[in-house]
Design a protein around this ligand. Structure first.
Ligand code: UTP
Length: 289
């Protein structure tokens, strides 16, 4: 079954990037010239997604403005013959069919996804975490959707994480099915050291069957007192209904300060407008370190 719908949870408090995230949602922090959420919407569209629901919160309406028309700005750009910029601004508002829904209480990623039940209905759907920008030749979400279509099971995006970092994410029990595809039999969110299973963690993207909503509805709070999406996927894993795809792309965590810097540098050196000058600047700058 083709995956047509995607949910982008973007209602978190972003405490790791305070004070910036006090008034600017972390999902709106730019990488060179585009906010994080635009990269994510572009990835969804490039993966064949037709309808997107962004889960927002109080103070996050700038995301809606970003994907809306901007008549005054458009008029000014046209009047001053800035046609390229005009086209670019219009293109953002035409990127996708986007709806918005507020998560009224910040109860965790699992709770944010549960809010999407009516939008999703009775079909499998993709989840793209609003602060994880993933850049690669083949969009990560497309890699996951193809695995869902082939195996008919929930799919978690998987990455190899160094042992000393795994406590921030989750740890998975995996068995290889193909070079980049695993079956998952166990997943533990924010594992303590004695709960470590493997260096594989579920990160940034997943494709889930609609049955996950019943699981989410009955889920007690987990790690950090939040309703954890991993705990819902864990139940699917225990039923043999979860696989993982080690996606072939680079992930930037826009929810942490180092991730933002890495994204800016790595996207900046490749950017058609700034790349050359930025590379020259960096070469000189690193000599001073
Ligand atoms: P995070 O756990 O990284 O977001 O959730 P957070 O709670 O904002 O992070 P910190 O720890 O306070 O810095 C991953 C994604 O899920 C969304 C976030 O916006 C982020 O894109 N999220 C998280 C929600 O939509 N609702 C929630 O209740 C929690």
């Amino acid at each position: 079954m083709k995956i047509r719908k995607a949910v982008i949870p973007a209602a978190g408090l972003g405490t790791r990037v305070l004070p910036a995230s006090k008034s600017v949602p972390k999902e709106m922090l730019p990488i060179v010239d585009k906010p994080a959420i635009q990269y994510i919407v572009e990835e969804a569209v490039a993966s064949g997604i037709e309808e997107i629901l962004i889960i927002t919160n109080r103070g996050k309406s700038v995301m809606e403005d970003h994907f809306d028309r901007s008549p005054e700005l458009e008029e000014r750009l046209l009047a001053t013959n800035k046609t390229d910029l005009y086209e670019e601004v219009i293109a953002v508002s035409r990127l996708a069919n986007i709806q918005y829904l507020r998560q009224k209480e910040t109860k965790g990623l699992g709770h944010a996804v549960a809010c999407a039940r009516t939008f999703v209905g009775d079909e499998p759907f993709a989840v793209l975490y609003g602060d994880d920008v993933i850049i690669g030749e083949i969009p990560a979400t497309r890699q996951l959707c193809e695995a869902y279509e082939k195996y008919g099971k929930g799919v978690a995006g998987v990455q190899y994480v160094p042992r000393d970092q795994i406590w921030k994410y989750c740890t998975l029990a995996v068995e290889r099915l193909e070079e980049k595809i695993f079956s998952i039999s166990e997943m533990i969110e924010k594992p303590r050291d004695d709960q470590f299973i493997s260096n594989y963690a579920a990160l940034g993207r997943c494709v889930l069957p609609p049955s996950v909503f019943d699981i989410l509805d009955d889920l007690p709070p987990g790690a950090n007192g939040e309703i954890q999406l991993t705990d819902a996927m864990r139940q699917l894993a225990h039923q043999g209904r979860m696989i993982g795809v080690e996606y072939d792309s680079k992930r930037y965590d826009m929810g942490n300060k180092l991730g933002i810097l890495q994204a800016t540098v790595e996207v900046g050196v490749k950017h058609p407008e700034t790349g050359e000058a930025f590379r020259e600047y960096l070469k000189e700058f690193v000599k001073t370190l």
